[in-house]
Design a protein around this ligand. Structure first.
Ligand SMILES: [Zn+2]
Length: 220
């Protein structure tokens, strides 16, 4: 068992000897290039007969010769890095940009990513990545629509106006002398006509009075 202890102590010693600090910009750039080179080697190594003109830059990265190489602009824009459409690193790259740009849409992502990368079938690839974003999904989803039930016979049969009614009360309203009053609302269930009656007290008597006024005006 002695060799295992020696092995663990050796690792501990090496970890303690390592210096820890924040990554510099150069280190991040270098790491990115290594990762992209790995992605390209996995996807384009076998299938080099691409439909576009490409070349290998000094960092061994495959870049696209676009039609705007005459333009005075950044090299990364004129010669973007070629990336495949189906690779989890590319998906992560798109998603990171999507979150960084406050959950931007396809068109914004396409033009922003194009400044540095040339993703094959970019629109389709970006759409697939955005579709999996949970936060975007929450905003784009539609509420469940329920099918409305058929109306009862009393609402659709041929009848006189105010033959079938619904009654409701609204208020209180305040008169000029600060007295309260209420409105009794009679609605025709078939023609949606309304009849209003004013009552000054909330009692059965005043309601019966309102009903009698309604009947004398609209019929029984
Ligand atoms: Zn999103």
């Amino acid at each position: 068992m002695g060799w295992i202890l020696r092995f663990i102590n050796n690792i501990k010693k090496r970890v303690n000897e390592r210096t820890f600090c924040n990554l510099s910009v150069e280190e991040c750039d270098k790491a990115e290039k290594i990762i992209l080179r790995k992605v390209q080697s996995e996807c384009f190594e076998k299938n080099r007969n691409l439909s576009m003109q490409t070349y290998l830059d000094p960092d061994d990265l495959l870049r696209v010769k676009t039609r705007i190489i005459q333009r005075k602009d950044q090299d990364s824009f004129r010669y973007p890095i070629l990336l495949p459409s189906k690779h989890h690193i590319v998906d992560k790259l798109i998603f990171e940009k999507h979150v960084e740009l406050c959950h931007a849409g396809i068109q914004v992502l396409m033009s922003t990513l194009r400044e540095e990368y040339w993703i094959i079938k970019s629109r389709k690839t970006i759409r697939q990545v955005i579709r999996n974003c949970l936060r975007c999904k929450r905003f784009s989803i539609h509420p469940l629509q329920s099918i409305s039930a058929p109306l009862p016979e009393d609402r659709i049969r041929e009848a006189q106006v105010f033959e079938v009614i619904g009654v409701d009360l609204c208020g209180p309203l305040f008169l000029k002398d600060n007295k309260k009053c209420w409105i009794v609302l009679f609605t025709c269930a078939i023609f949606r006509a309304v009849h209003l009656e004013l009552v000054s007290f909330l009692s059965t008597d005043s309601f019966i009075l309102a009903l009698r006024r309604f009947i004398s005006r609209r019929g029984r």
